[in-house]
Design a protein around this ligand. Structure first.
Ligand code: FES
Ligand code: MG
Length: 601
C-alpha cells in the first residue's frame, strides 16, 4: 500500500481504498501541528487548503531541463502541458529540479553525475508529499538516473521523453549529432574546412531543441524506457518540436493521475520480462554499448536479477533493423515517421521475440500496445527478412585479464577480418602484442610515438578509465591507431579497456571490462609486449603469460600499493570512488542497492 504515517479519512483514498501518501503531510488530524506547518508554506505558493486537503493526488514533475541542460531544456515548455493533463484528470502538479546532467557539458564526464542525480531524486521522492511522479527524460544519463530512482522509491511513475532534435542538414545531406564531429575533425585535419566551417558543420547537426537525433545513448535509452513499459506507447521517438510531443505530454500528465488511483508502480512494470524485451530491442535498434550498464543499474535498484551474460544469451542473434546513423543513414525524425519503437517491437513480436504480457504504464501489455504497429518506411526500419545486419547484439567475453567485457562482433570490418581472422584452422581467434596505456592523457601523448613499435598486429589496451579509475568511467576505449599506420591503410586495431565507448567503430573493441585496473584486476598487471589471444568463439581474452610471472606481477603491484589513478577533484568523486560497483554490475552505488521500494515502508 502507499499508506503513510497518517490516519485514513473518508473521501481521501484512491480508487482501491488506499490512502494517498501525501495525506500524511497535508491532512493528518493525529498530528495537527505538523500538518499546519507543512500546509502554511505550500499555501504561499498558490494552493488553497481545500486543494491540498481534497484528496487529489499530488504529482511531482521531476524537471531535468535547465539552462545547463540544453538537451532536456524543452521539458520546461512541456511541463506546462503536463500540468494541464494532471489538473484535468484531478491531480495537483508540483514541479521540482533534478540535478543537471548534460552529456556535452559536464567535466570530467556526465556519467559521474548519473548516481548523484539518482541519489538526489530518491531523497525528493521519498521525503516530500508526492503520490506519483513524471520523470522528464532525454539526454543520455538523465533517463537511467530517473528510472533508477523510481525503482528504488517505487512510487507510481511515468516517463516522458523530451524527444529527439529535428534532423540536421548540411548541403543537402543529413548531419547527425555526435556522429558529424568525427567527420568534421577529419575534414579540418585535411584542410578541407577551416575552424569557422568546422563549427558550422557541427552546429548543423543540432538544429533544434531535443536529445541527439542519432542512435546514440539518448535514442537508445529513451527507446528502451518505452520498451520497459515506463512511457506511453510511441512516446520515445516524437521529435521535440512536434505538435504530437505536446499532446504526448498532456496525455502523460493525465495518465499519471490514473496510475496513482490504480496504484500502478514501477515494480508492476519493470519486471524481468520487461528487461528481457529491452535487451532484445536494444540489438534490433543498434543500441549503445552504454545500455547494458544503465539497464543493469535499473534492474539492480528494482531488485530484478539480471546478469551481463543475458545480453549475449538474449540479444546476440537479434538482427539490426533500424537504419539510423552512425551505423546507418537516417536520423530521429525518420525513425519517428517510420513507426518508432512500436513498429520495431511489432516486428520482433512476429518472431515471438517479445514477452508480450509485460505490463506498461497505460495499464495494458506491450503486446496489446504494439500488435499491428506498422513499419511505415522500410528504408528506415527494416523487416526481419531484410535486416541491416545479422546477429547485431553483444558478445560477453571473459579470461585472465577481466571477468567480463562486452563486444559488438557485428561491427568487425572486412579489413580487420582479412587481416586477423583469415587463419582457416582457427577463423575465430587471433593473437597480437599488447600496447598498454594508463588513461586517455597517456594514450594521447604516446600513440604516435614510433618507439612504441605499434604495427598491424598490435592490441591497444587502455586502463585506469573505469568507474573508480576515472570516476564515472570514460568513453575512451575506441582508440585510433597511430597516424603512420592509418597512412598505410590500417584504420583500426583491436582495443580493450575498462572504460566505455561512444558510437560505433570498425574495430572489435572490447569494453566495459570488469573488474577494472583500479581495483587491481588482471588488467592492472598486463604489460606492453604481452601476447594477447582473443577467441571470439570461446568468448575469451587472455594474456599468454606464465602463471608464475603473473603471480610475481601481482606481488609487485601489492608492494607498490596497488594500481595508481589520478587524485579526486571534487568531494563527490571521492565519495563515489569509495562505494561504486563495476560496469558489469551497472556502476551502481553499492550501499544503495539494499534500499528497495522504500515508499511502501
Ligand atoms: Fe544530450 Fe546527446 S548530448 S542527448
Ligand atoms: Mg560469452
Amino acid at each position: 500500500s502507499t499508506q503513510g504515517s497518517g490516519g485514513a479519512r473518508a473521501g481521501q483514498k484512491d480508487g482501491a481504498g488506499r490512502q494517498l501518501r501525501s495525506r500524511a503531510w497535508f491532512d493528518n488530524p493525529e498530528n495537527a501541528d505538523m500538518t499546519a506547518l507543512y500546509l502554511e508554506r505550500y499555501l504561499n505558493y498558490g494552493f488553497t487548503r481545500e486543494e491540498l486537503q481534497s484528496g487529489k493526488p499530488i504529482i511531482g514533475i521531476a524537471q531535468t531541463g535547465s539552462d545547463l541542460s540544453p538537451c532536456n531544456r524543452h521539458h520546461i515548455v512541456l511541463a506546462q502541458r503536463l500540468r494541464d493533463g494532471i489538473r484535468d484528470m484531478g491531480g495537483i502538479a508540483i514541479e521540482f529540479p533534478v540535478h543537471p546532467i548534460q552529456e556535452t557539458g559536464k567535466r570530467p564526464t556526465a556519467s559521474l553525475d548519473r548516481n548523484l542525480a539518482y541519489l538526489g531524486l530518491v531523497e525528493v521522492l521519498y521525503g516530500y508529499p508526492l503520490d506519483g511522479v513524471v520523470l522528464t527524460i532525454g539526454c543520455d544519463k538523465t533517463t537511467p538516473a530517473c528510472l533508477m530512482a523510481a525503482a528504488t522509491v517505487n512510487l507510481p511513475a511515468i516517463a516522458l521523453s523530451v524527444g529527439p532534435m529535428l534532423n540536421g542538414w548540411f548541403k543537402g545531406e543529413r548531419t547527425g549529432s555526435g556522429t558529424i564531429v568525427w567527420k568534421a575533425r577529419q575534414l579540418l585535419a585535411a584542410g578541407e574546412i577551416d575552424y569557422q566551417g568546422f563549427i558550422e558543420l557541427v552546429a548543423s547537426s543540432a538544429p533544434s531543441t531535443g536529445y541527439c537525433n542519432t542512435m546514440g545513448t539518448a535514442t537508445t535509452m529513451n527507446s528502451l524506457a518505452e520498451v520497459l513499459g515506463m512511457q506511453l506507447p510511441g512516446s520515445a521517438s516524437i521529435p521535440a518540436p512536434y505538435r504530437e510531443r505536446q499532446q504526448m505530454a498532456y496525455e502523460t500528465g493525465r495518465r499519471i493521475v490514473q496510475m496513482v488511483r490504480e496504484d500502478l508502480k514501477p515494480s508492476d512494470i519493470m519486471t524481468k520480462k520487461a528487461f528481457r524485451n529491452a535487451i532484445r530491442v536494444n540489438s534490433a535498434i543498434g543500441g549503445s554499448t552504454n545500455a547494458p550498464v544503465h539497464l543493469n543499474a535499473i534492474a539492480r535498484h528494482m531488485g530484478v536479477p539480471l546478469d551481463v551474460q543475458e545480453w549475449e544469451d538474449l540479444g546476440r542473434d537479434i538482427p539490426l533493423l533500424v537504419n539510423l546513423q552512425p551505423a546507418g543513414e537516417y536520423l530521429g525524425e525518420d525513425y519517428h515517421h517510420a513507426g518508432g519503437v512500436p513498429a520495431v517491437v511489432a516486428e520482433l513480436m512476429k518472431q515471438k521475440l517479445i514477452d508480450e504480457d509485460a505490463l506498461t504504464v497505460n495499464g495494458r501489455t506491450i503486446g496489446e500496445n504494439c500488435r499491428g504497429a506498422e513499419i511505415m518506411d522500410t528504408n528506415v526500419i527494416k523487416t526481419f527478412a531484410n535486416p541491416m545486419k545479422q546477429r547485431a547484439g553483444f558478445v560477453v567475453m571473459k579470461g585472465n585479464i577481466f571477468d567480463s567485457a562486452i563486444m559488438k562482433v557485428s561491427v568487425i570490418s572486412e579489413e580487420f577480418r582479412a587481416r586477423y581472422l583469415s587463419n582457416p584452422k582457427d577463423p575465430d581467434a587471433f593473437e597480437g602484442k599488447a600496447v598498454v596505456f594508463d588513461g586517455p592523457e597517456d594514450y594521447h601523448s604516446r600513440i604516435d610515438d614510433p618507439a612504441l613499435g605499434i604495427d598491424a598486429n598490435s592490441v591497444l589496451i587502455i586502463r585506469g578509465v573505469g568507474p573508480v579509475g576515472y570516476p564515472g568511467a570514460a568513453e575512451v576505449v575506441n582508440m585510433r591507431p597511430p597516424a603512420y599506420l592509418i597512412k598505410q591503410g590500417i584504420s583500426s586495431l583491436p582495443c580493450i579497456g575498462d572504460g566505455r565507448q561512444s558510437g560505433t567503430s570498425g574495430s572489435p573493441s572490447i569494453l566495459n571490462a570488469s573488474p577494472e585496473a583500479a581495483v587491481n584486476s588482471g588488467l592492472a598487471i598486463v604489460q606492453s609486449g604481452d601476447p594477447i589471444r582473443i577467441d571470439l568463439r570461446q568468448g575469451r581474452v587472455d594474456m599468454l603469460v606464465a602463471e608464475a610471472e603473473l603471480q610475481a606481477r601481482r606481488d609487485a603491484l601489492r608492494k607498490a600499493g596497488g594500481y595508481k589513478f589520478p587524485d579526486h577533484q571534487t568531494p563527490w568523486q571521492e565519495i563515489q570512488r569509495g562505494i561504486v560497483d563495476q560496469l558489469d554490475q551497472g556502476m551502481v552505488l553499492k550501499p544503495a542497492v539494499k534500499y528497495q521500494r522504500i515508499a511502501q515502508e
